[in-house]
Every structure is written in C-alpha cells, then in structure tokens.
Design a protein around this ligand. Structure first.
Ligand SMILES: Cc1cc2nc3c(=O)[nH]c(=O)nc-3n(C[C@H](O)[C@H](O)[C@H](O)COP(=O)(O)OP(=O)(O)OC[C@H]3O[C@@H](n4cnc5c(N)ncnc54)[C@H](O)[C@@H]3O)c2cc1C
Length: 384
C-alpha cells in the first residue's frame, strides 16, 4: 500500500530507516551533489529513476517510484524522461535544487494565492456516479445533435487560406463505413493519438502536407481485468485506493502491476455484497502478458489477489479489456515529439493539438490540455 502523505510515509514500514533518513536529509545531501556540473547537463534527458536515485536513493526508486509509474503510465522509471513525466519536480530542481525544500516552498507560495480547501479538492481522485462515461455523455447532451458526428473516423483534413472563414475541410466516415461526410470549420483541435494522426491525409493550399516529420512513438500495452468477489470470500479486505506492486516483487511471484479497490472508492460500482477490483497487467514490465487470454489473466489476477487480500476461490464475475496502445511512452526522445507537435501547429494555421500526448497522461491533464487548446482557438479566431 502506498502512503498518501509524508507523515504516513515516514511512519509506514514501506521504507527502511536508512531511506527515511535519506528523504529527511535530502536538502543537505542534494546541496552536496549540486556541485557536479555534469548533473545539470545530463538532466535534460535524465530518466525518472536517475533523478529520484540522486535525490532519495535506490530503495525509493524501487518501492515508491517504480510501482507508481507502473500503475499510472504502464512504464518503468528507467525508460521515462523526468522532464516529460514529472515536469513540476524537474522545474523545482532547477529553481531550488532540493526537491523537499522546493516542494514545501511551492506549496506555501500556492497557499498564499489559493484557499487550502480548493487545492485539496483539485488533487483528490474523482469519478462520476455511473463511471467516467458520464463525462463524454454529458458533453454530448450539452451540444445539439447536428453539431456532433459520433462514431466517425477522420480520413483527411484540408486547409485553404482563400476565405476568411471555414478554411478547414474534414472528410470523415461513419464506423460501419456506410456514410461519408465533408465538414467545414474555422479551426481544428486534433485530439487523436499521434499514431492515428500519421495515417490521416493532410492538404495545405491544394498540396499534400506530409506528416513524415512526426516521430515514431512507443506505446505501452495493457490488459485490465475487472473482477468481483463476494465479501465473505475476501479474508483481508484492505482499506484504501488499492495496491501498486513494485517490479522487484516479480521475483516473489507477483505478476500484476496493481489493483484498484474500485468499490471501496466508488461504492455504486457493484452490489453491496461484493467487492469489485480493477487489476492492471502488462506495461513495459510484462508486454507479452498484456496480450494473454482472459482465462489466463483471470488465473494471474486471482493468484495475486489471493496473496494480497486473501480472496478464496474464483471471482463471481470477470471482464477483460485489452489496450494495445494504452499510454504513449514519455521517453528520453520525447522532446522530438513535442517539437513535431509545435511544427504542425506553426505550419497549419488554425490547427491545434491536445490530449495525453502533450503535457501529461492523466484525464485531468488531458482536460487541461483541451482547455488550453480551446483558449488558443479563441485567440486565433479573434486575430483573423
Ligand atoms: C487502462 C487505462 C486506465 C486509465 N486509468 C486512468 C485513471 O485512473 N486516471 C486517469 O487520470 N487517467 C487514466 N488513464 C489515462 C486516460 O485514459 C487518458 O489520459 C485519457 O483517456 C486521454 O485522453 P485523450 O483524449 O488524450 O485520448 P484518448 O482517450 O485515447 O482519445 C483519443 C480518441 O481519438 C480517437 N481517434 C483516433 N483516431 C481517430 C480518427 N482518425 N478520427 C476520429 N477519432 C479518432 C480514438 O478513437 C479515441 O477515442 C487510463 C488509461 C488507460 C488505458
């Protein structure tokens, strides 16, 4: 179980006494290491493991950072770029050196501007009654039906600067390929993954606009197993949001990345006499296992939950979702991805890109990225 605040961390048994001291002494240890000029040169492409190792030691990487990034990005701390995965901490180091000092000072500075209540609310996990699908459903409800083309695939986009309005033409096809449409807009916010954008045909002023400058992105595969057990079959039903399993625990036979205790967080997710669990398998840690059959994964999940929570017997219900490209990998070459997105926006007037390939993988970050793109569209239209 991951402690959710610094006091819980120091009083928990997750880390050895030596690592706890290393965390407390980080402001002093950091200053000692800051004299190396090599560190700042290398930090532009430094891995997540390298960064946290320098500040807090290997045990923190193995037992806190590794399970955290495994559970939130399906990646491993050696492959991830610190700059792109944890930009706030990366910037804190640049400004303050010590992560602990920087985090405390940033928190106090933020408290000066905002009420603590607002800050807390913006950080907690959230969902909706009925699940996350409510979010797109409500967005659809608030737009009129003729403003939406649902279940449609964009095949091509064309920009023509002739008129002052509706410079963009989009051609799309319905998912059963029976209907084709040509649509006209003043601006475009693209939120499809870049691997899909690469397949689109883009024209500018009647000439092909080649997207061959978009780099190849690595994506992490993931399987998600939803399982339920009757409450009496769960002998140790832990409280909390869930468990994240460090890679090192694979040597003790654990195969999953982690499990969310979904019905503990959101009791409306299943009948009262059941516990509902959401388990993640695969990622960079075990790419082949992500592709395994539902029956095989059911056994893997049941075995891990048996050891973690003391579940007995088979789950009452199992559902399986496989994501071949669950998350883009923010790796050491991710600067080139950001540059390519900037180039698309610069060379194509009225074209903006948003989503989890830019500025963060989570739903919250994706929404923030969409809001930023919407502001850019407004500025663009006002300047036309
Ligand atoms: C298994 C899993 C669990 C997750 N859990 C969490 C979590 O607990 N909390 C959290 O914050 N985040 C979580 N995430 C991350 C979250 O899902 C993403 O941050 C979010 O979905 C990204 O939104 P997006 O709009 O950028 O991309 P996506 O949700 O990937 O949407 C892109 C859309 O583009 C569409 N598209 C592609 N090509 C075309 C085309 N040619 N024409 C039209 N449309 C096209 C796709 O069909 C897709 O609907 C999870 C992700 C996965 C895979």
């Amino acid at each position: 179980m991951i402690p959710t605040n610094p006091i819980a961390l120091v009083t928990s048994s997750v880390l050895s006494a030596q690592s706890k001291f290393q965390i407390l002494l980080e402001p002093f240890l950091w200053k000692k290491k800051d004299s190396s000029s090599k560190v700042s040169e290398a930090s532009a492409v430094e891995s997540v493991s390298g960064f946290f190792q320098r500040h807090f030691g290997q045990e923190v990487v193995d037992y806190l950072i590794d399970p955290f990034v495994g559970g939130t990005s399906a990646a491993d701390p050696d492959s991830l770029s610190m700059k792109h995965s944890f930009p706030d901490l990366w910037n804190i180091e640049k400004s303050f050196g010590s992560v602990i000092v920087g985090a405390i000072r940033t928190k106090f500075a933020a408290k000066g501007g905002k009420s603590g209540k607002t800050k807390k609310a913006s950080r907690s996990s959230f969902s909706f009654k009925g699940g996350m699908q409510i979010l797109p459903d409500m967005l659809c409800k608030n737009l009129s039906r003729d403003e939406l083309s649902l279940d449609s695939k964009i095949l091509s986009l064309s920009y023509n600067s002739g008129s002052r309005q509706k410079n963009w033409s989009l051609s799309c096809v319905s998912h059963n390929e029976t209907q084709r449409q040509n649509l006209h807009y003043d601006a475009v916010i693209m939120t499809a993954p870049l691997c899909n954008v690469k397949e689109m045909k883009v024209m500018k002023g009647g000439q092909p606009f080649k997207l061959n400058f978009l780099p190849e992105i690595m994506y992490m595969p993931l399987s998600v197993i939803i399982s339920t057990f009757t409450k009496e079959k769960v002998k140790r039903p832990l409280e909390g949001f869930g468990v994240l399993i460090p890679s090192k625990e694979q040597q003790h036979g654990f195969k999953t990345l982690g499990t969310l205790f979904s019905s503990m967080m959101f009791p409306d997710r299943c009948p009262k006499d059941l516990h509902l669990y959401t388990t993640f398998i695969g990622g960079s840690r075990n790419q082949e296992l992500a592709k395994a059959s539902t029956d095989d994964l059911k056994q893997v999940v049941t075995s891990d939950l048996q050891r973690l929570l003391g579940v007995e017997g088979e789950p009452e219900f199992v559902n399986h979702f496989y994501w071949s490209k669950a998350f883009p990998l923010y790796d050491s070459s991710y600067d080139s991805v950001m540059e390519a997105i900037d180039k698309m926006e610069k060379d194509l007037p009225g074209f903006f890109y948003a989503g989890n390939h830019r500025g963060g993988l989570s739903v919250g970050k994706s929404i923030a990225s969409g809001c930023k793109a919407a502001d850019q569209v407004i500025s663009y239209l006002e300047s036309c």
